[in-house]
Design a binder for this molecule. Structure first.
Ligand code: 1GP
Length: 248
C-alpha cells in the first residue's frame, strides 16, 4: 500500500495520525534507529527524516537504513532541498514553501529534485509547507514571510490556494523547538477553509497541545524535539499518540 493511502486509512480509522521527525544531523544513524524503534513502540505511525540544514548524502542514507532496520514503519523524507533525497526511503513529502520569498524554495529545489525522485521510484506526496511565527531555523533558512500568529485568514488563504493548486496535504509549521505551537484558531480556520490533509508541527510537547489541535481539525501531528530530548521518549510519545486517537 502506498504511504499516502496508509496515512489516510489511519486518519479515517483513528481520527488522526502521529509522525515522528528525526533529523539526521542531530545523532549518529545507529541512535536514530533506536529512537525510531522507541517511537514505533509508542505507536507513532511513520518516521519523517529531514532537517532545515543541508542533511543529505551518506549520513541521510545511513540514517534511513538504520531506521528501516529497527522498524517496519514507513519512512517519509522531509527534505530541506534537493539534497534531502534518499533512495532508501518509502516516500517523500514533495513540498513547496508557499510563503517563502525565495523562488528556490518555491519551485527551484523541486525542479532539481523531481527527476531524482522519479528515477528512484519514490512516492511523491504533494504538500504545501507554511511557516508560521515564530518559525525558527526553517523560517530563516527558507526565507519565509512568516504568517503572523494572529492572521488565521492568511493561513487559510494560503491553504486554499494550495488545495486549488492540487496539493493534497498542508503542513502548518511553527518551527522545530518553537516556544508556542501553531495557534488552535489558525488550525480551525484552515480546517474550515479546506479539505486537505492537515499536518501541524513545531513546539508540540504535551498530549493536551496535540489533542487541542486535532480537535480543531489537524489530521496529523508531528513531533521531533520530543524524540530527541526526552529520556522517557517512549512514554512521552505514547501518551500523545493515545490522546490524539481518542479525540474524534
Ligand atoms: C519541525 O514540526 C516539526 O519541522 C517538529 O517540531 O521539533 O518542535 O517537535 P518539534
Amino acid at each position: 500500500m502506498k504511504v499516502e493511502e496508509r496515512l489516510r486509512r489511519i486518519i479515517s480509522l483513528h481520527g488522526a495520525a502521529h509522525l515522528t521527525l528525526i533529523d539526521p544531523e542531530k545523532q549518529p544513524p545507529e541512535k536514530a534507529g533506536i529512537m525510531a524503534a522507541d517511537a514505533a513502540a509508542a505507536g507513532t505511525d511513520g518516521i519523517m527524516v529531514g532537517g532545515s540544514t543541508h542533511a543529505g548524502g551518506g549520513l541521510l542514507d545511513d540514517t534511513v537504513l538504520a531506521i528501516k532496520k529497527t522498524t517496519d514503519l514507513p519512512v517519509i523524507l522531509f527534505p530541506a532541498n534537493e539534497a534531502g533525497i534518499s533512495a532508501h526511503a518509502d516516500a517523500i513529502f514533495f513540498m513547496s514553501m508557499l510563503n517563502s520569498r525565495d523562488v528556490y524554495y518555491l519551485a527551484g529545489a523541486q525542479r532539481l529534485g523531481a527527476p531524482i525522485v522519479k528515477k528512484l521510484g519514490l512516492e511523491p506526496i504533494p504538500m504545501a509547507y507554511l511557516v508560521v511565527e515564530p518559525g525558527g531555523a526553517v523560517g530563516r533558512v527558507g526565507k519565509a514571510e512568516l504568517i503572523p500568529r494572529e492572521d488565521k485568514e492568511l493561513a487559510a488563504a494560503y491553504a486554499l490556494a494550495a488545495q486549488y493548486l492540487g496539493m493534497r496535504l498542508v503542513y502548518l509549521e511553527a518551527g522545530s523547538g518553537a516556544d508556542r505551537p501553531v495557534p488552535v484558531e489558525m488550525v480551525r480556520a484552515v480546517r474550515e477553509a479546506t479539505d486537505v490533509i492537515l499536518i501541524v508541527g513545531g513546539g508540540i510537547r504535551t498530549p493536551k497541545a496535540a489533542a487541542e489541535r486535532v480537535r480543531a481539525g489537524a489530521d496529523i501531528i508531528v513531533t521531533g524535539t520530543l524524540v530527541e530530548q526526552s529520556k522517557d521518549r517512549r512514554a512521552r510519545i505514547g501518551e500523545i499518540v493515545r490522546k490524539i486517537k481518542m479525540v474524534r
